[in-house]
Design a protein around this ligand. Sequence first.
Ligand code: AHR
Length: 531
Amino acid sequence: MNRRTFIKASTAAALGTIAASNFSFAADAEIELSLGEPGAVISPHIYGHFIEHLGGVIYDGVWVGRDSKIPNIDGIRKQFVDDMKRIGAPNLRWPGGCFADGYHWRDGIGKSRPRTYNFWQSRMPKGLDATEPNQFGIHEFINLCRLIGAEPYVAANVGSSTPQEFHDWVSYCNAPAGTLSLADERAADGDKQPFNIRYWGVGNESWGCGGTMRPQEYATLYRKWVTQFPSYVQPFLVATGPRGHSADGDIGWTTGFFENMRGYQPPDGFSVHYYTDLRPTQVKAADFNAAEWYEVLLRGIRLEKVLEDHWAEIGKFDPTHKTKFVVDEWGVWYKPGEEIQPSYILSQPITLRDAIHTGLTFDIFNRHAEKIAMANVAQTVNCIHSLFLAEGDKFVRTPAYYVFEMYRAHMGAKQIPVQNPVKDLNVTALNGPATLPGLSASASVRESKLTVTITNPSLDASVPVRIRLANGANAREAKGVVLTHQDMRATNTFTKPDEVKPTAHPVKIEGNALALTMPKQSVVSIQCEVG
Ligand code: AHR
């Protein structure tokens, strides 16, 4: 960490006192950025996505069918494509999740497709069915990725499949036209050109729904699955990693896996799942109090320590850190009961609180850019931390969607180190007093464009902020955007879709500094030219 790069938060902010909102007083928080000493490139794939055959995610959320009255492109919901393009969605993970380890890819190709068992059937409310119709298979998925401009990331079946089934799928997808019979079959099914899929997940949650394995058992299967991998394009292979939100962070999984990989080629990616898991509590998604607001944010930022701990553990086996994290499931997960309709299991309302959580999460990812190859929100539509809710012809962008939009400029830019002011905000959460960083921030630069994103988790205090550019750098043409609302529970619904939306936010240039006020309960994105 560059010592000259820091945020200083004053006692006033730390105590949560309310500051006036103008530019004439000294800032309570000062961020110093050394543009000449950028860090790692923030992988665009950190802002990635995940869709699973689960509840209303694929069927309805994404796939409405070619004969639907809902505007669609080859059966894919047009609004979904348009909005994903708008945020530059870099990738899509599919087909699961837990579904992946029960999925047999041949069920999803060709004209006549079987109806098959879906892992989530047993989790459906009594009387509701989840039979998998297989209308959305690999061709439809690739078409979706192409329409959006997103890279496909496919999770392969390890739990109930064979290495050969996996390798055949890879060949079906990637073998050049006119070579293997599998390439001819792909062409006959409508896609002569190979899909060139690079990102392959070798199983999912292999410690749980992906096979209830021990790490050493999984490491053995991982090696079997990848040793004869047909490499038509240089693959990026992702091994199943820990359940990061376990009480102990699940370090044992990481130790066990890497111990059993000693002497073998380490994976390119190591999956981490981190849910801000409120299921064991009474905290609701839509209706909550201040303590429950802070509880969610406190649980959310534990992700940072989970990443640091697992990184240090991996470093014992792989000191050069060839393997990078793929945080391929993250999000706030509330207990059941607030679904948009009963069969859309795991769907839940998304409020301003979840948008603030999104900002905190992205700041963590950006600040640890050198460790993270990819991250995928769970899930993009109609499930857990959704960017969209959809039901028939109704479709709405949640507040979380707009945070993706506001952070877009970080994708592929070089990170500028920023240190969070720790333990600045004294709050009361579910278990009594606790502390949260008074502000969370991350910054990046691409050529002459600087992007700074800041989140203020406080329900009470706005914070005046000065962002100072070190070494005499100057700022020009500063623009700010804020996402906030006077009601902490504010959300977007089918009938009120625009309740929580970004608006312009004043940012003043003062010599080599930018001055702004961070409203309470807000995320702000600032962009300017620097030179
Ligand atoms: O995202 C929902 C489920 O959560 C996924 O299927 C599984 O991988 C995780 O436990």
